[in-house]
Design a protein around this ligand. Structure first.
Ligand code: NAP
Length: 255
């Protein structure tokens, strides 16, 4: 195996990879040799730039935009994978969002379902789609991006999101049990507060400052610090790690 390119010859699918943690993960896997399938929703420009950057650096990438908060959007992604005959070796279920910070008494069934479709159901269906090939090949790695919110219920207005992420962490463990006999590893990474577009959308500067103060390491994390852990979990170095949810939060929450 090429030590600098441990993922040479492998195909990785990263959802929500136009920016933030997903983009950094796609880039990290690509620089380590993976051919990368980049899924995103609205960030056409950053996604196109990422594809270009990967190709310029000698790597392979292709991108598709679909809305994973809608069933049709999930199925468009699945159809695209099927059309490409994509044999996915590494799947990173990263796409996720609060969609809208909403207090519990104002939460509608429609919004609740959208949050769950995006953060949980999309991971279920995409995982199911790629697992068939992984089972046949008797190898594969899946990393789900959960959240520290799954551990403590999330900030105000995030109950649907934190509940969906908690379910994603539980799904990770169930999958790890069911598919370990087929040579497939499934783990999750649970980021703390990571400085991305997510917080530009959903958090105030004051709230972020308070989190940094409450974090033993005294700062927020960055996307590369999460991507490195995802890449480690995908690598052979993590070959005996199964069904774990790895917290990446600067010590904000120790479990
Ligand atoms: N940042 C944090 O502090 C933090 C903490 C814990 C967990 N997380 C989780 O980490 C993951 C990445 O978050 P991030 O911080 O990197 O956020 P981000 O910078 O906002 O990126 C989110 C990604 O998800 C995609 N996405 C959002 N809504 C979508 C939809 N309806 N359909 C399809 N794709 C959609 C976005 O696509 P477009 O931008 O192209 O629309 C983007 O590529 C998420 O699952 C998030 O819940 C983040």
């Amino acid at each position: 195996m090429n030590e600098k390119k441990p993922f040479e010859g492998l195909t990785a699918l990263v959802t929500g990879a136009s920016r933030g943690i997903g983009a950094e993960t796609a880039w990290t896997l690509a620089t380590r040799g993976a051919s990368v399938l980049i899924h995103y929703h609205s960030g056409h420009e950053p996604a196109a730039q990422l594809v270009e950057r990967i190709r310029q650096s000698g790597g392979e990438a292709a991108a598709i935009s679909t809305d994973l908060s809608q069933s049709e959007g999930i199925h468009r992604l699945l159809d695209w994978l099927e059309e490409r005959h994509a044999a996915v070796d590494i799947l990173v279920n990263n796409a996720g969002s609060l969609i809208q910070r909403t207090r519990f008494l104002e939460m509608t069934e429609e919004l609740w379902n959208r949050v769950f479709t995006l953060n949980l159901t999309s991971a279920f269906l995409v995982t199911q789609a790629v697992l068939h090939g992984m089972v046949e090949r008797k190898s594969g790695v899946i990393v789900n991006i959960s959240s520290v919110a799954a551990r403590f219920g999330g900030g105000l207005g995030a109950i649907a999101y934190s509940s969906a992420k908690a379910a994603l962490s539980a799904m990770t463990k169930g999958l790890a049990r069911e598919f370990a006999p087929f040579g497939i590893r499934v783990n999750a990474v649970s980021p703390g507060t990571i400085d991305t577009n997510y917080h530009a959308q959903f958090s105030t500067p004051q709230a972020l400052e308070a989190v940094a103060k409450a974090t033993p390491m005294g700062r927020l994390g960055n996307a590369a610090e999460v991507a490195d852990v995802v890449a480690f979990l995908c690598s052979d170095q993590a070959r005996f790690i199964q069904g774990q949810v790895i917290e990446v939060n600067g010590g904000f929450l120790m479990v």
